[in-house]
Write a protein that binds this ligand. Structure first.
Ligand SMILES: [Zn+2]
Length: 844
């Protein structure tokens, strides 16, 4: 394979004048880019992809050039090295790939419309204009854009518009920034504006297909977030405005373009009068994540993509720090415990997983770095660990210094550790090295051996894993002072257990607060002591017990059969985090039963037993003034009761459906999905199916849309499933951005699994052409693996994906997902009988 070199080494741009003429009718872009910079050699390379270059001039003179498709390059030979101004004239297609400059499609009053937007991360700026498309190649940019403009249309970009002349919109020159953060959008838009205390203009933009009040929540969060970060980072927001734009077609969740952040509609807009608390929390964290990037990522940028974690791990931690400050009533750190933590523990336990910091060169591999569970969730947990170690004062002082030293430039992980180390007086780099550079995490075994309380660490695996003796520097956070702050060794002894127990007066625990990235295996004595005092533990500690038991059981360190009898200690908890952890554990038990078997009946009885009390307490209808915990717990209880096929629950849902059948969108958003899904599963007809599919196409309420999807994909009618699958390629019904969720839904439906699996195997090439170029593509493999649990499916998965092992960007995912299915199949084979016996016993 060709050696990949950074173009920045041959040419260092300082300023771009970008002129674009975009025609939606002909789907053509013509452009001229003028780049001033310094050539380090006579032979230089500038990035391009799918551009047709007609001329290259250097300081006004035509110069020879070639386009190198394989390297995404225009290769130019200059008369001499040194300061030069290049002018490149080209044309490019406007494509429907959700990358580069692309159209989003939507309908307004039955009329089809387009909104043009951009998505350049990681390397699609080169599809829009020639540039040195590397994060280190920071420069200033002056944008001038012309388009087939109609009355009532507007255009926005990173910076404010300066003037319009002859139909060309000129924007203020940007500050020094990376190419992947350039953005603009035009079409018919509505907007809402406000200003921060410091005078930054905050805006939210969307198509006119949405109600105006859907923009309100985002406007409020965005304003408060910018104000929070200006204070927390002690560094002013560097641009005149911060715009948030919802795009109808968007591949990722959101993108932190500097000054013009783009979002999926579902992650920015919401109906303030009928949206679940869970969705509000999600939207708030997405906005605060992107706005954290305006400093961390945009103002100071990773030098190269290997330090992607610097951007993402940090933003993922800060989204919680800031929502906790802006909306303390959300208790958002509890959501961190129930979403990010299990995601990281799950994926990071599979051998072959990437480390948070990964060496990378190939553009196709760069996109595969965006592993949500590792670079985002694990990385965030790593930084939460740092924050717990050094405290907020040192964190803020360190960050202030870090921004001051590297603003408008680039940095590496070492630079951050140095700044935080200086501020805290601790060698943060040394502690974090083991977490950043090594994949996986340890299980710490706490045991009483010969009367001594001992701790030992060992890498934890779910499935087959090769132990190569990795060790971590583990912040222990014990409730006994005898335990050191950091455990560096493989094994340590804390002293005589009886004496320690007596002196401390409470059960021994480590990882209190669950802020370090490891799990604990207590021996029988220690675990029993904790369980005997379980009522005195806070919710996070209870969650942790359930979570660690589940993960340990998946890793075969204990048996699920031994966990089952413990669950009834938690089924009356009023805490949402405990109920979430219980729900995850119960969901794992579903793997051990198959349709139409006595074992499944028995598990349903067990689910009924565990949910009955809570169902009676919470009921189907949200009560005004009820606690967040109750609001967040109800969906789990309803889900369990419906899995149990509890007759009353089914009847009540049916009643609610019937009473509201003319205004389903008006059902309370927290429970709506269960009501509609129950109807499709138990009372479904082709007419209902058509009615819901039509409502899906019509509504602009993203939450309602996702409820309908979750319901329709669970139909037991195989003819309707076939009809649904026919819609997979119909972008007017199912947008490409939403296809994975539809596919995954049908795949997880026992009546639809075969059809969905057949579909993806038949249409892999189509799918690859459609979404293969972006960072979400590998998740189709993950979703498939997540649904499979039989030897037959394992064999089929291998047969289909093994020949694709050498596809850039797919290798790791295929290897890991094969292991995931293998370990699940083995677990079921080995433990099915014991687990089902334990369930039968518990249902007496
Ligand atoms: Zn991010």
């Amino acid at each position: 394979m060709a050696e990949l070199t950074h173009f920045y080494h041959s040419f260092q741009p300082t300023h771009y004048d970008i002129y674009l003429d975009i025609d939606r009718g002909t789907k053509k872009i013509s452009g001229k880019t003028t780049i001033t910079g310094e050539a380090k050699n006579e032979a230089i390379a500038i990035h391009q992809k799918d551009l047709t270059v007609s001329a290259v001039q250097a300081d006004g003179e035509d110069v020879p050039f070639t386009t190198d498709t394989k390297a995404d390059a225009i290769r130019i030979t200059l008369a001499k090295a040194g300061q030069v101004t290049l002018a490149i004239t080209y044309t490019a297609p406007l494509t429907d790939t959700m990358m580069g400059i692309y159209p989003s499609y939507y309908e307004l009053n039955g009329e089809k419309k387009q909104l043009i937007g951009t998505q350049f991360e990681t390397n699609a700026a080169r599809q829009a204009f020639p540039c040195v498309d590397e994060p280190e190649a920071k420069a200033t940019f002056s944008l001038a854009i012309k388009f087939d403009e109609k009355p009532g249309e507007t255009i926005i970009a990173n910076m404010p518009e300066k003037k319009v002349e002859d139909g060309v919109h000129y924007f203020d020159t940007t500050v020094r920034m990376s190419t992947y953060l350039i953005a603009f959008a035009f079409g018919e838009m509505q907007s809402k504006m406000t200003k921060t205390k410091s005078g930054v203009e905050i805006g939210v933009f969307a198509t006119k297909a949405h109600k105006a009040n859907e923009l309100d929540f985002a406007l409020d969060i965005a304003k408060k977030a910018i104000e929070f970060y200006e204070d927390f980072y002690q560094t002013p927001y560097p641009l005149p405005h911060s715009y948030q734009l919802a795009l109808p077609d968007f591949s990722a969740g959101a993108m932190e373009n500097w000054g013009l952040v783009t979002y999926r509609e579902a992650l920015l807009l919401l109906d303030p009068d009928n949206t679940s608390l869970e969705t509000k929390q999600l939207v708030a964290t997405v906005i605060t994540h992107e706005l954290a990037h305006q400093w961390f990522g945009d103002l100071v940028t990773m030098k190269w993509w290997d330090d992607l974690w610097l951007n993402e791990s940090f933003a993922n931690m800060m989204e919680y720090v800031s929502v906790d400050a802006i909306k303390p009533e959300y208790h958002i750190w509890e959501t961190f415990q129930t979403s990010e933590v299990p995601a990281a523990l799950q994926r990071d336990a599979t051998d072959g997983v990437q480390a948070v910091h990964v060496e990378v060169e190939d553009p196709a591999e760069i996109d595969s770095l965006f592993d949500g569970a590792i670079v985002y969730a694990k990385g965030a947990r790593m930084l939460v660990m740092v924050r717990a170690l050094i405290g907020d004062d040192a964190l803020r002082a360190g960050l202030k210094k870090y921004f001051a030293a590297h603003q408008y430039g680039n940095a590496t992980g070492a630079d951050l550790w140095a700044a935080l180390g200086d501020a805290s007086g601790m060698d943060i780099g040394a502690i974090m090295h083991s977490w950043l550079e090594q994949p996986g995490y340890p299980v710490v075994t706490a045991a009483v051996k010969d009367g001594q309380l001992t701790l030992s660490q060992k890498q934890f695996f779910v499935g087959e894993g090769k132990d190569i003796g990795r060790q971590w520097q583990i912040p222990l956070n014990s409730n006994y002072d005898a335990a050191p702050a950091i455990m560096k060794d493989k094994e340590i002894s804390l002293g005589d257990y009886k004496q320690l127990r007596q002196a401390n007066g409470k059960p021994f625990r480590i990882n209190v607060g669950n802020s370090s990235h490891f799990i604990v295996k207590y021996d029988q004595t220690l675990l029993q002591d904790i369980l005997d005092h379980v009522d005195s533990l806070d919710a996070i500690a209870q969650l942790q017990i359930l979570q660690d038991l589940r993960v340990l059981a998946e890793g075969r360190q204990i048996s699920f059969a031994t966990v089952v009898p413990l669950l009834s200690s938690f089924d009356n908890s009023h805490s949402a985090v405990v109920n979430t952890a219980l729900f995850y554990l119960l969901s794992d038990l579903k793997n051990f039963v198959f349709p139409d078997t006595p074992e499944k009946k028995s598990l349903q009885v067990y689910f009924d037993q565990l949910s009955a009390g809570q169902l009676a307490r919470l009921g189907w209808s949200p009560k005004s003034g009820e606690s967040n915990d109750d609001q967040l717990t109800r969906p789990f209880v309803l889900s369990n009761a419906l899995y149990a096929e509890n007759k009353d629950a089914i009847a009540q849902a049916h009643e609610l459906f019937t009473a509201n059948k003319d205004n389903l969108a008006g059902l309370p958003a927290d429970v709506r999905v269960f009501i509609i899904r129950n109807e499709v599963q138990h009372f479904g007809t082709p007419a209902l199916f058509d009615q819901l599919l039509a409502a899906y196409r019509e509504t602009n309420d993203a939450s309602y849309k996702s409820n309908i999807r979750a319901a329709l994909t669970q139909t037991p009618d195989t003819q309707l499933i076939a009809k649904l699958i026919e819609k997979f390629k119909d972008a007017d019904t199912i947008k490409p951005q939403d296809l994975r969720a539809w596919f995954g839904g049908v795949l997880r439906n026992e009546h639809g699994e075969q059809a969905a699996w057949d579909w993806i195997r038949t249409n892999w090439q189509w799918l690859s052409d459609r979404v293969g170029g972006d960072m979400e593509f590998t998740t189709y493999i993950q979703v498939s693996a997540g649904a499979f649990r039989t030897p037959k499916r394992l064999a089929e998965f291998k047969e289909f994906f093994e020949p694709k092992l050498n596809t850039p960007g797919l290798t790791r995912e295929i290897k890991m997902d094969t292991k995931v299915i293998e370990s699940r199949v083995q677990l079921i084979a080995d433990e099915k009988d014991a687990v089902n016996a334990a369930v039968a016993k518990a249902t007496k």
